[in-house]
Design a protein around this ligand. Structure first.
Ligand code: PLP
Length: 466
């Protein structure tokens, strides 16, 4: 057995990382300056990762100054097959010559994608699933899932979780917890604690809590005096991504499934970040063996970064009217053809298995390396969705967002691109393309631990002065 890494070795720039000077280099600086003069204040990533991009290959990215980076950000989890996978790119190019725009007409590529997806859904959904393609972003899929469940149940309230992130359009934002983003009225959304065991909101310990936070959700759903009323849906991320790579304890999602079914409440699993092999299984909720009523799918569904999203749901919910959820860009044929090719590559290469094996290696490596780093409070994840929570003090667990930002910059200066998330902006997040090799993964983790070691030793006085 090759364990996958040999078959993926040729997909990346080599050597990587490979820097030719300080970052950002002069050509990046020129483009960043021009961007700053032209684009909105709301732009975000180039502030923390100041480079201008030229070309991507596999798990590596090259900037306009010829610097090559290891990409542990992977297009925010969209690039499970990496940048520019040649087989997927060829399928997309061929489709582009035939047909690009098709609204919701049937096409060979679209129907093939629905069949391929259906074959991979969990449990009864493999038999009963219907698909709906709306706008091309993850947020659009969340909007569709909310509309579908509200239409079907005739109810309005939705239960979402502390630490959730479901997108930026108004419905998706209303079920996202970060109040710095959410200025809209969230009256019909009730937020309940997610099982964030490192910072248990109920002050309990996972070995003895008896899943008390799940019981709390059942109270909100079932108690006529909970102030919520019977909800139209519960929406949950099987692993919270932007919330800081928070992995629920075993049994939690199964308990959520049991109680939502018992009270006749549709369960929406937002698999936008956890789907398509990311966690070591096809979907994030597969680890708990649950079958949701609705799944939201996006990011990696478009193969190598083409925009596409859809919901997959139990046909019993298919009670909305024809034309109930329309949109001009709901039939991106290139993305669909790329998606079909990507699913084939995933099967042929056992990409989820590869991600699962590398994930275990990464967790063991990080836990080992981080044992001697004072600022590492927690290391967690599953497959190749990984997070390291940085704290000022391991006892008090006080978050350390300033150090986290410094570590991100120090990683970039060494040729590694990482993401930052979490309730307090103190979780370094890794979402590398699943086609990464063992060697590149270990090199990236080494760079990260070097960066933490360097930055946590900086005396407070020097940090303030800087
Ligand atoms: N849901 C989850 C779990 C996400 O991680 C994201 C984006 O990060 C979204 C929804 C929103 O997707 P998009 O940014 O494509 O609108």
């Amino acid at each position: 057995m090759t364990d996958g890494h040999d078959q993926f070795a040729g997909l990346h720039f080599a050597p990587a990382p490979d820097l030719h000077g300080p970052v950002p280099g002069p050509r990046s600086v020129a483009l960043l300056d021009e961007q700053a003069a032209l684009e909105s204040r709301a732009r975000s990533y180039p502030r923390a990762v100041p480079i201008a991009l030229e070309e991507g290959r596999g798990a590596t990215l090259r900037d306009v100054d010829g610097n090559t980076f290891l990409d542990f950000f992977g297009g925010a989890g969209a690039l499970n097959l990496g940048h520019g996978h040649p087989v997927v790119a060829a399928a997309a190019t061929a489709q582009q010559r035939r047909l690009v725009h098709a609204l919701d007409f049937p096409t060979v590529s679209k129907n093939a994608l629905m069949r391929s997806l259906k074959d991979r859904l969990p449990g009864a959904l493999r038999r009963t699933a219907r698909f709906h393609f709306g706008g091309p972003t993850g947020s659009d899929a969340v909007e569709a899932a909310l509309k579908l469940t509200r239409t079907h149940t005739g109810r309005s309230p939705v239960i979402a979780f502390h630490g959730s992130y479901h997108g930026m359009t108004s419905g998706a934002l209303s079920v996202s917890s970060d109040t710095s983003y959410r200025r809209t009225d969230a009256a019909s959304v009730q937020f309940v604690p997610y099982p964030y065991c490192y910072r248990c909101p109920l002050g309990l310990r996972p070995d003895s809590c008896g899943l008390a936070c799940a019981k709390l959700v059942e109270t909100v759903i079932a108690d006529p005096h909970s102030g919520t009323g019977p909800p139209a849906a519960v929406i949950v991320e099987p692993i919270q991504g932007e919330g800081g790579t928070v992995v629920p304890p075993p049994g939690y999602l199964a308990e959520l499934r049991r109680m939502t079914a018992a009270h006749d409440v549709p369960l929406i699993c937002d698999e936008i970040q956890t789907g398509f092999g990311r966690t070591g299984s096809m979907f994030g909720a597969d680890h708990d063996g649950i079958v949701p009523d609705v799944m939201t799918l996006s990011k990696a569904i478009g193969g190598i970064g083409y925009p596409l999203s859809c919901i997959a749901y139990d046909e019993a919910l298919d009670t909305w009217e024809p034309g109930a959820h329309i949109g001009t860009f709901r039939g991106h044929q290139v993305a669909m053809a790329a998606g079909v090719a990507a699913l084939e590559v995933m099967d042929e290469t056992d990409l989820p298995g590869h991600a699962g094996r590398l994930g275990e290696l990464a967790l063991a490596t990080l836990r080992d390396a981080c044992a001697t780093l004072e600022s590492v409070g927690d290391v967690r994840g599953r497959g190749l969705i990984l997070g390291v929570e940085l704290v000022r003090d391991r006892e008090t667990r006080e978050p350390w967002p300033e150090l986290t930002a410094e570590v991100r910059r120090a990683c970039l200066q060494r040729g590694l691109i990482v993401e930052v998330g979490g309730h307090f902006g103190n979780v370094v997040r890794f979402l590398p393309p699943l086609v990464i090799t063992r060697e590149l993964l270990l090199r990236g983790l080494e760079i990260f631990t070097e960066a933490v070691r360097e930055r946590e030793r900086v005396p407070t006085v020097a940090r303030v002065a800087a």
